[in-house]
Design a protein around this ligand. Structure first.
Ligand SMILES: C[S@@+](CC[C@H](N)C(=O)[O-])C[C@H]1O[C@@H](n2cnc3c(N)ncnc32)[C@H](O)[C@@H]1O
Length: 283
């Protein structure tokens, strides 16, 4: 990427420094892109990414295991649960197996709404929407901490009388307790009908606990958004009111793994899928 240090997308920034391309400080979307081997990152992102790798060398494998979890979950939801609508919040910079690619490979009619507040993710989304003129795909440039806005804009594309998979994959660790993460999730899951799902993964505080604490403290000194890692019990509370599908809340690599080798790794992210039970509305 090139351009001035603080560029382009101020119009979308709502005065929030997290929403301006600032190459002098690490942004979570770009650090994540660095760990995934992408090219949309700057020296500050790589420095923060390397600081975390030094504290917890398993981070690169963890974020890759999380992407594999995302793909397995979307495939399960589309192929086995019959879900045709996906609300993917905290999308990130495109990588392998993006939600619309996996879902639409199972059922081309799947609708996918992406949400992120990062200006680099926005640039990719604009390119994607231009190059994929077929319907069923939308992008919302907004902050997860304002769920009412997300829900209002998602209704352009998603039918809220039909089941929807709400996806919060590796984003809740960027929502601090002061922003009421459980309240945000409650508002999102209350807005979707019975028959819907919540797919969620979150960086763990209680797997490789010492290394993860050191990783968070290093990252938080260098990055725009701070991380709040959470324990099994804290992540379980995000699924309150939902039925947790088998195998429950587990390290992401153990959620319906494709192989024993995959399942045997020790990566520090919790993941699970919850189901909102009851009768599905006829719409
Ligand atoms: C670690 S990346 C995860 C990307 C993708 N979900 C995955 O699992 O590969 C987190 C993403 O969430 C976005 N994000 C963080 N806080 C957000 C917020 N409050 N509102 C919207 N997006 C947010 C970041 O910009 C980043 O793109």
């Amino acid at each position: 990427m090139s351009g001035p240090e603080q560029a382009a997308t101020r119009d979308n920034a709502d005065g929030d420094p997290r929403r301006v391309i600032d190459t002098s400080v690490a942004h979570s979307a770009r650090v994540h892109n660095y760990w995934l081997g992408g090219k949309d990152n700057f020296a500050a992102d790589r420095a923060a990414g390397d600081a975390v790798i030094q504290a917890y060398p398993g981070i690169v494998a963890s974020v890759r295991a999380n992407r594999a979890f995302l793909a397995r979950v979307v495939r399960f939801l589309a192929a086995e649960a019959g879900i045709r609508q996906f609300f993917d919040i905290g999308t990130g910079i495109p990588a392998a197996n993006n939600t619309h690619e996996v879902a639409q490979s199972v059922a081309p009619g799947c609708r996918v709404v992406y949400v992120d507040y990062d200006p680099v993710v926005l640039l990719h989304a604009q390119a994607l929407l231009t190059s994929s003129p077929r319907g069923g795909l939308d992008y919302i440039d907004a902050d997860l901490r304002d769920p009412s806005k997300l829900l209002a804009q998602a209704a352009r594309t998603l039918d809220f009388s039909r089941p929807i998979a709400v996806m919060l994959i590796a984003v809740m660790h960027l929502i601090g307790d002061q922003d009421d993460p459980s309240g945000i999730i409650r508002q999102l899951t209350a807005a979707v009908p019975a028959g819907s799902y919540l797919a969620l993964s979150q960086v763990a505080s209680d797997i490789e606990a010492e290394q993860m604490a050191e990783a968070a403290s290093r990252y938080n000194r260098l990055a725009r958004e701070t991380q709040r890692h959470r324990s099994y019990a804290e992540v379980m509370r995000f699924f309150d009111g939902l039925d947790l599908l088998e195998p429950g809340l587990v390290p992401v690599q153990r959620w319906r793994p494709a192989s024993e080798v995959e399942a045997g790794a020790h990566w520090a992210m919790w993941g699970g899928v919850g189901y909102k039970s009851g009768h599905v509305s006829d719409g």
